[in-house]
Design a binder for this molecule. Structure first.
Ligand code: SIN
Length: 343
């Protein structure tokens, strides 16, 4: 008797991980009139079952449990849908029979949704977002491989405890760092300066670094339906104070400014923001540059004006954190700066 054969045949095959796939729409679920059209298509029209059906290899990686959570173009992402999605992900990762979650999403606001979940999912189980730059109907659509790679990452034990991840074009990014950097390239997502966490290719998953800042179970944030009103303004040549004054009149709780360079702000806008801060509006300085970080007490003298520095968060992610921090009861620049230094 061949001992090797008898040992391996008596060993039961390990059951495949059970991965929930939540579809929300986007180009990955987009369809155009013909296969060569990669720009004139409708996002979010292909259902989750059809997305899965074109990737038979999924059945070798995981037992996939599909759900159609939404069918939108992600430019139209809303706070109520964020609440629904985050609550659903939290419910799934709390279930014993789910080992991880994959979310298919539009690329346009993916980095915002990913960071929101990174701060509000209460589990070590992998949660992986993916997307596509070409519609499902396109020649060389990138969605099927991105979906297979996302499920492969979610099914891999090394992804546990890494926070919310984005699997895109063979790279694995942290939700905190990743940003969309191209309007058309299939390599549209980067983690500026810091780089990706790792890679996924041909079924192999490798992490080369991990996330240092607090996330998922280690945050104070719990998803709810209370979204403090926070808006974004930009600093640029000749900017006026009109937008800031209108926002204060409208009753915003916070304003994120996409400043120039190291979060510097045009004098007219800085005065308007200082006036807003003196009325209790939270003001966070970020940068429109696209990489690097905004250092506290730079040109805008944060201490004197009551401003907060966003560090390395871009304006859109800074807005997510500011809304969550305000909803959690943080008030004043000291408490808010602590949140930006921690997350
Ligand atoms: C969207 O964000 O829903 C449309 C664009 C895309 O997914 O690339």
């Amino acid at each position: 008797m061949n001992t090797q054969t008898s040992l391996s045949s008596s060993r039961a095959a390990a059951p495949l991980p059970r991965i929930a796939v939540l579809a929300t729409g986007g180009t990955i679920a987009g369809a155009a009139a013909d296969a060569t059209n990669t720009a004139g298509y409708q996002a979010g029209v292909v259902g989750v079952e059809q997305l899965l059906s074109v990737v038979p290899a999924l059945s070798t990686v995981a037992h996939v449990v599909p759900e159609q959570t939404a069918s939108i173009d992600s430019k139209d992402m809303s706070m109520p849908l964020w609440t629904t999605l985050a609550q659903r992900v939290n419910a799934l990762v709390a279930a014993d029979d789910i080992d991880g979650v994959v979310i298919t999403h539009g690329t346009d606001t993916l980095e915002e949704t990913a960071y929101l979940l990174h701060l509000t999912v209460k589990s070590d189980k992998p949660v992986v977002l993916t997307a596509a730059m070409r519609p499902a109907s396109a020649l060389s659509a990138d969605g099927p491989l991105n979906l297979l790679n996302a499920v492969t990452v979610a099914a891999n034990a090394a992804a546990r405890g890494q926070g919310v991840l984005v699997a895109f074009n063979n790279k694995i990014h942290s939700a905190r760092d990743v940003v969309k950097t191209s309007t058309y390239a299939v390599d549209a997502f980067q983690s500026p300066e810091i780089g990706a966490l790792g890679w996924v290719q041909d079924g192999r998953v490798e992490f080369q670094r991990s996330v240092v800042r607090a996330h998922t179970r280690a945050t104070e944030f719990v998803i709810g339906a209370n979204w403090p009103h926070v808006e974004i303004v930009a600093s640029y040549a000749g900017v006026s104070r009109i937008a800031v004054d209108a926002l204060v009149t409208a009753g915003v709780r916070g304003i994120v400014v996409a400043g120039t360079g190291n979060g510097s702000i045009h004098a007219s806008l800085a005065q308007a923001l200082a006036d807003a801060a003196s009325q209790g509006v939270a003001v966070v300085r970020s940068s429109r540059v696209g990489s690097g970080h905004v250092m506290r007490n730079g040109a805008a003298a944060d201490d004197a004006l009551g401003f907060v520095s966003a560090g390395s968060l871009n304006p859109y992610k800074a807005r997510v954190l500011l809304m969550l921090a305000l909803a959690a009861g943080a008030t004043g620049p000291v408490a808010l700066q602590r949140a930006f230094d921690m997350y």
